[in-house]
Design a binder for this molecule. Structure first.
Ligand SMILES: NC(=O)C1=CN([C@@H]2O[C@H](COP(=O)(O)OP(=O)(O)OC[C@H]3O[C@@H](n4cnc5c(N)ncnc54)[C@H](OP(=O)(O)O)[C@@H]3O)[C@@H](O)[C@H]2O)C=CC1
Ligand SMILES: O=C[C@H](O)[C@@H](O)[C@@H](O)[C@H](O)C(=O)O
Length: 309
């Protein structure tokens, strides 16, 4: 049987599959969330910076009205970079939009501070057009605020996102609460085995984002993915999503299309031969210097990922 939940380091159970909401348009995401929750999804991943949490909240409300129970849904949100020195304020804004009094997991979206007093609430810029980054910020200070907010009960767990091994190594010695989760880009074109292994050793659960290659799902046409899909009689999407569950990670797939939302719940067990093929694909890309990171916003910061600085 394929795993449907994973236990976090604080004992909380996290579903193995979740609905992503990044770039889901306001007019579409309410229906997507409501449909997903009424068709088997138990986890919704959002963020303040996605600027659609009001509509995600409407989708939650619709699902609750249809009989879905709050306690059966794992809601994730993220503190955006302009709020890393105001974590509780950021969370309060998300809670208000979502119409909830707690989330299940709050993540630091990126370990960087954008000017909280800049010219924009989410994406402040300098006169030269670059992001208004506060360079002398220490991400460990942001984590201390996360630990404080955990005590309020407004979130059941705290974690990080976009943390490299280097950043986790800086954080862990100062952490009273070890992050429950590290949400990172992950797929056969960017396996990030080093981080996945490090997280496992430290009891940090990995949530894999952009599993299909993000916008337009380009990884669906990768040769080994198609080969495994044909062999198993499943879709390429199922192979890409199942890859993470086989690795012990939770996977997030974004869709606003009902048929795809439903299809993305199908997870199968990948055997050693399948994983060998996918790993060989990853190794080949690595040896050619062709690993592909789809999400690397222009903060102008080296986050310590070996493939990108
Ligand atoms: N922490 C972070 O910094 C980040 C977190 N994330 C989280 O992870 C989630 C998933 O990653 P995301 O980058 O959105 O990309 P995904 O890899 O989930 O790909 C989404 C794209 O694939 C399409 N798609 C989805 N399912 C199918 C299917 N079965 N067949 C064909 N096409 C499909 C979607 O189209 P359509 O919607 O039109 O159906 C959309 O264009 C995000 O939504 C977000 O919640 C993502 C990036 C960064
Ligand atoms: O979660 C998804 C991504 O991290 C997204 O939030 C960022 O890429 C953001 O749009 C940015 O431009 O910094």
């Amino acid at each position: 049987m394929v795993t449907t939940t994973f236990k976090l380091n604080n004992g909380l159970e996290m579903p193995a599959v979740g609905l992503g909401t990044w770039q889901s348009k306001a007019g579409e995401v309410q229906t997507a969330v409501s449909y997903a929750l009424q068709n088997g999804y138990k986890l919704v991943d959002g963020a303040y910076c996605y600027a659609n949490e009001d509509e995600v909240g409407e989708g939650l409300k619709e699902a609750f009205a249809a009989g879905v129970k709050r306690e059966d849904v794992f809601v994730v949100t993220k503190v955006w970079a302009t709020y890393n020195t105001r974590v509780e304020e950021g969370l309060d804004k998300s809670l208000k939009s979502l119409g909830l009094d707690y989330v299940d997991l709050l993540l630091v979206h990126w370990p960087v501070l954008l000017n909280p007093n800049g010219n924009h609430d989410k994406f402040p810029t300098l006169p030269n057009g670059k992001r208004d980054v506060i360079f002398d910020y220490n991400h460990v200070d942001g984590w201390k605020q996360m630990e404080a907010v955990l005590k309020t009960g407004k979130t059941k767990a705290i974690g990080v996102s976009n943390y490299s091994k280097k950043y986790l190594e800086q954080l862990i010695p100062h952490a009273t609460v070890v992050p429950a989760v590290n949400q990172i880009e992950n797929h056969p074109s960017l396996p990030q085995q080093e981080i996945v292994d490090f997280c496992r050793e430290h009891g940090i659960h990995v949530m894999a984002y952009s599993p299909l290659g993000s916008t337009g799902s380009p990884l669906m046409s990768a040769e080994p993915v198609i080969k495994i899909a044909e062999k198993k009689g499943v879709s390429p999407g199922t192979v890409l999503l199942s890859y993470h569950v086989s690795r012990g990670s939770t996977v997030l797939a974004k869709s606003v299309t009902p048929t795809r939302i439903k299809a993305n719940l199908e997870i199968v067990a990948l055997d050693d031969e399948d994983l060998k093929l996918l790993n060989a694909y990853s190794d080949d890309l690595a040896s050619k210097g062709e690993l592909k990171r789809y999400v690397y916003p222009p903060f102008g910061i080296d986050f310590g990922f070996p493939d990108k600085s």
